[in-house]
Write a protein that binds this ligand. Structure first.
Ligand code: FES
Length: 262
């Protein structure tokens, strides 16, 4: 299970109530993690327990009694006696609206995508009950171009297939920054960054032209962190998803890099 945010090491405990269920967790735990520990799944895209919370996707919004607005549960820490609601009609509507915007800027090629069946964007679209998308943006255009139609525009960027182990397809990127944070926090390398604004925003390999020219050490942390088919192992693209995979820790040095064995 991915609890969305790293575990707190505090020895002091805090009890909160989530959707009517009391849950006791260490101080410093996120509301998202506490909810997950209470067995309540909060939709999420940018949060993972691999890296610190960032609060960029706005899918994990919750309501907290006595507070205005709808804070992100991944970046909000528990406080004694907090009463949290995760499934109100208002929250469900907000999440569907957010997902609609993501999908409107994403290729609709799930059936031929190597990440089909292992894609958190696909899972979350189902989890929030998204059925129709009213908008059409650049992601759809990338898809049409590959199909022989559509128009080239300033936002279009080709796939980066320079790395021998994985590919990067900016058309599928939702700019959650999980790969950037995994590169920094898991590997301790600063090979990736986010550039641009709006439809033009994308992950780039620093100032380099490609991943191969960058400071990337091919550790795979970014590929493991990616919630969509943006960063894909070449072996998965060639032969499909493995029947089973195990995430383990490399035993060769003290850094503690994790990798996926298939
Ligand atoms: Fe909390 Fe993305 S999962 S903002």
């Amino acid at each position: 299970t991915d609890y969305g945010t790293p575990q707190s090491t505090s020895e002091k405990n805090v009890t909160i109530n989530v959707d009517g269920f009391d849950v006791t967790v260490p101080e410093g735990t996120s509301v998202m993690r506490a909810s997950m520990e209470a067995g309540i799944q909060v939709p999420k895209l940018c949060a993972t327990d691999m890296v610190d919370a960032f609060g960029s996707c706005r899918l994990c919004l919750v309501e907290i009694e006595g507070r205005r607005g709808t804070p992100a549960s991944c970046t909000t820490l528990v406080e004694e006696g907090m009463k949290v609601r995760t499934q109100t009609d208002r929250l469900k509507g907000l999440r569907r609206g957010v997902m609609e915007l993501y999908i409107s800027d994403h290729p609709l090629d799930c059936l031929t995508c190597a990440a089909n069946g292992d894609c958190e964007l696909q899972d979350m679209a189902g989890a929030v009950g998204l059925r129709d998308v009213r908008y059409e943006a650049d992601g759809q255009n990338h898809f049409k171009m590959r199909d022989g139609g559509g128009e080239v525009n300033a936002c279009w960027k080709p796939k980066d297939e320079s790395n021998p182990y994985f590919t990067y397809d900016p058309a599928k990127c939702i700019v959650c920054s999980r790969c950037v944070r995994a590169c920094e926090e898991v590997q301790g390398t600063f090979a990736l960054t986010i550039t641009g604004r709006g439809f033009d925003s994308r992950v780039t390999a620093g100032m380099s032209e490609s991943f191969l020219d960058s400071e990337c050490v091919s550790c795979g942390a970014c590929v493991q962190a990616c919630p969509t088919g943006t960063l894909q192992e070449k072996s998965v693209i060639d032969i499909g998803q493995p029947e089973r995979s195990v995430v383990t820790t490399c035993a060769y040095c003290g850094v503690g890099c994790s990798f996926k064995a298939e």
